[in-house]
Unconditional design. Structure first.
Length: 344
């Protein structure tokens, strides 16, 4: 595969393909395993990720790249094959989460700043050697009484831009992920509020990317959809979510960016698929690809079907492959409830 940043970015959003976010940090994967009453150990994490990465049909046909966690990019399958080799053999690009998580931002009422810039140049050089060709950094923007503040938005946009510039210097495509939460501590906001906050967030992020000299043709944006908070009494229709999301992206994302790969953010599997498909179906001609970079919405059914039991590996892989196929259809605007039921 080409090593040019722009070529890697284009491959990450190739027609009918999207990204698997499997970069849960140790605390997050523990919470996921708690839901199936499985202890989180290096071996159980390996077995789970091996199940996903060896779902050959999914990896070959629908998944362009996988975001890994530091442990996972160094990990081997049970038979000793490095995970990175399994992904590459299936034609999927290995990626790596390089942020060190969100921490309280001093001087704010509970807002967060994502950390991990110190030593990042050296870590990126090592990750490149380990096979990573793209990276991810997630900024967390919460909506609530009086928040987000400009201070928190600007600090996070600046950190995202510094991260992206360091990635490109290391010949790694940055996924720039500013997530406006739909499931924060007080998630009662309506869709109009999410629109306003997402618009301001994206404007500030692209301003900082410009100041940092980031080449937009060699990056991928991973945004939230424009959607009401999960506890909002006024939930918008799927058509309105699709319409408003495309509208804000057209207002904020330069056409030089090759692709936008959404996070699912707490939406149910099928709803996240439907929203993506509607955007591709109804959005009109778009200057960038719109696809998925889902974590929960690709993995939830597979995790449940697997349940931590070796005898359920095939069932877990079937559930995972099904979700990948449905989202691949959505990435070209061809998903339907019929396809969902028929294939299931
Ligand atoms: C897979 O979850 C990612 C890692 O989260 P932690 O650092 O908290 O462990 C997360 O960044 C994820 O890549 C994105 O939020 C997209 O995942 P969802 O589940 O929202 O699609």
């Amino acid at each position: 595969m080409s090593e040019r940043l722009a070529d890697i970015a284009v491959a990450m959003v190739a027609d009918g393909r999207g990204i698997l976010a499997a970069d849960e940090s140790t605390g997050t994967i523990k919470r996921r395993f708690d839901s199936i009453h499985l202890e989180s150990t290096a071996d159980s994490r390996r077995d789970y990720r091996e199940m996903l990465f060896r779902a050959d049909d999914a990896m070959r046909n629908y998944v362009s790249g996988v975001i890994l966690y530091d442990e996972t990019i160094r990990q081997k399958a049970k038979d000793g094959t490095p995970f990175v080799d399994i992904l590459k053999a299936a034609g999927s690009i290995p990626g790596i989460k390089v942020d060190k998580g969100a921490q309280p931002l001093a001087g704010t009422q509970g807002e967060q700043i994502t950390e991990g810039l110190d030593g990042l140049r050296e870590r990126l050089a090592e990750y490149h050697q380990l096979g990573a060709r793209f990276a991810k950094w997630r900024a967390v923007i919460d909506i609530g009484q009086g928040i987000p503040t400009y201070n928190a938005l600007a600090a996070n946009a600046h950190a995202l831009a510094r991260y992206a510039a360091l990635c490109q210097e290391a010949q790694i495509v940055p996924i720039v992920e500013p997530e406006v939460l739909m499931d924060g501590p007080v998630a009662t906001h309506d869709i109009a509020t999410c629109y306003r906050v997402t618009e301001l967030t994206l404007k500030l992020v692209f301003e900082q990317l410009y100041f940092a000299g980031v080449d937009l043709t060699g990056m991928i944006l991973k945004p939230n959809m424009v959607i009401a908070g999960k506890d909002s009494p006024t939930q918008a229709s799927p058509e309105e979510v699709a319409e408003k999301t495309v509208k804000v992206l057209k207002a904020c994302v330069p056409p030089a960016v090759p692709g936008i790969a959404f996070l699912s953010g707490g939406q149910s599997d099928e709803v996240a698929t439907k929203h993506l498909s509607l955007m591709n179906e109804l959005g009109g001609p778009l200057p960038w690809k719109l696809t998925f970079s889902y974590g929960r919405a690709l993995q939830a059914a597979a995790l449940k079907a697997w349940g931590g039991k070796p005898e359920n590996v095939a069932a877990g892989q079937r559930a995972f492959t099904h979700r990948c196929r449905m989202n691949a259809l959505a990435a070209t605007g061809r998903w339907s409830a019929d396809a969902e039921r028929h294939a299931a």
